[in-house]
Design a protein around this ligand. Sequence first.
Ligand code: MF3
Ligand code: CO
Ligand code: CO
Length: 271
Amino acid sequence: MAKREILIKTPEQIAGIREACKDASMVLDYITPFVKPGVTTEYLDDLMLRYIEDVLKDKSACLGYDPDHSIPYPKATCISVNHQVCHGIPGPKVLKKGDILNIDVTVIKNGYYGDTSRMFCVGKCSIAANHLIAVTYDAMWKGIEMVKPGAHFGDIGYAIQKFAHAQGCSVVEEFTGHGVGVGFHEEPPVLHYGKMGAGAEMKPGMIFTIEPMINAGRKELTILSNGWTAVTKDKSLSAQWEHTVLVTDTGWEVLTVSEGSPAVPSWVKTK
Ligand code: MF3
Ligand code: CO
Ligand code: CO
């Protein structure tokens, strides 16, 4: 029963989660210069695992993760390339110029979780790919802007879906954001589509992710036989960005920030 509630984090928990979130973002800063043509995704994953454990003294929340008691996730991070939507398993695949990829990192520091992902281009990528990446980044921020006490979780999904559709893109429905911080996937699911006023009300101290997956083509997915990786059914490109966000007394605070975080869009009002 208690597990179904949306947790309001204490100031002490918020401080711990803020540290975990900064570390997750630092992993993405660290790996950025290694994303180049000719490297394999498992090489990038190995480097990140070493950085998470040896430098940050954290743990990967993904390694061995097995929420459905079926196939434990075998790697430290998720690396989803081109038409892979999410949960791409790092492997011997060699990156080539023009590929786009999402790297998703969740760390555990002192028992607290931080979860974030960014998009990367291998060398120069197509105008269409750059557009999809930009639309998805702005869609995430359209969602973040809706966060404040008294707003509803549906408001986030509404803002994301409205923006993505106006840009000619589709929104993945099978995967959602989620409460996070003292566990990996907490209540509530944070839908990236929906209606204004739908869902629970946000309250100060809630912490959750906003992580829209946006496709250039149709929204439908297929899951690969590895049990984890989602790909677009029509093989169109897919992009995703993820931040962990705190509801403050007046609005929002993005917790997954570090020196290398991409700039906040100029149209976002930072209070
Ligand atoms: N980090 C992902 C998320 O944003 C979850 C990955 S679970 C894994 O929720 F097991 F695939 F790593
Ligand atoms: Co997440
Ligand atoms: Co994630």
